[in-house]
Design a protein around this ligand. Structure first.
Ligand code: 5GP
Length: 185
């Protein structure tokens, strides 16, 4: 069997990437989930080192300048997010099944440096469903939602750049489809 390759999960805002990743974290310990760095403050219930590595803008910029980020991006014009490179390299070397849940800009950077990775796009069942989910989760102001929907339009148009598209019609089903795809490689 060939060594596991990196899988990158991207998709528009509010499609449920984080929820699919959380399902996998809970039910599939064999999958190694990258913990991103971010400059945004933690939301209630989020733990440093588990959901994100929360850090200041200075700390983040320092890691970028030292080449310690595999990819990074400013998401929704608000905060920086990035994938620490070292743990991904270690997971790959250890033969683990590594998964990155990142935005489209980050996925493109990974494609440039690791074209052999598997790129998966998580799509909403429909546009209306996506708008409904964004409004329903109530974590953004109306202004932030409008920005996110603009980003989502651009992101949806990028589906064809991906190796696979998984429709998030049901979190559990979508998560299981992703894990079996990772296992089959
Ligand atoms: P949130 O702030 O809601 O947790 O995440 C906002 C967005 O940041 C999501 O679209 C998520 O995929 C993206 N994101 C999370 N971690 C990373 C990362 O390490 N790199 C990039 N490029 N995007 C990320």
């Amino acid at each position: 069997m060939s060594a596991p390759r990196l899988t990158v999960l991207a998709g528009p805002t509010a499609v449920g990437k984080g929820t699919v990743a959380a399902w996998i974290r809970e039910h599939h310990p064999e999958v190694w989930l990258s913990v991103s760095a971010t400059t945004r403050p933690p939301r209630p219930g989020e733990q440093d080192g588990v959901h994100y590595h929360f850090m200041s803008g200075e700390e983040f910029a320092d890691k970028v300048s030292k080449g310690e980020m595999l990819e990074w991006a400013v998401v929704h014009g608000r905060a920086s997010y990035g994938t620490p490179r070292g743990p991904v390299d270690e997971a790959l070397a250890a033969g683990k099944l590594p998964l990155l849940e990142i935005d489209l800009q980050g996925a493109r950077q990974v494609r440039a440096s690791m074209p052999e990775a598997c790129f998966v796009f998580l799509a909403p069942p429909s546009w209306d469903e996506l708008v409904g989910r964004l409004e329903g989760r109530g974590t953004e102001t109306a202004e932030e939602r409008a920005v996110r929907l603009e980003t989502a339009k651009v992101e949806l148009a990028a589906q064809s750049e991906f190796d696979r598209v998984i429709v998030n019609d049901d979190i559990r089903r979508a998560a299981e489809e992703l894990v079996s795809l990772m296992r089959s490689d």
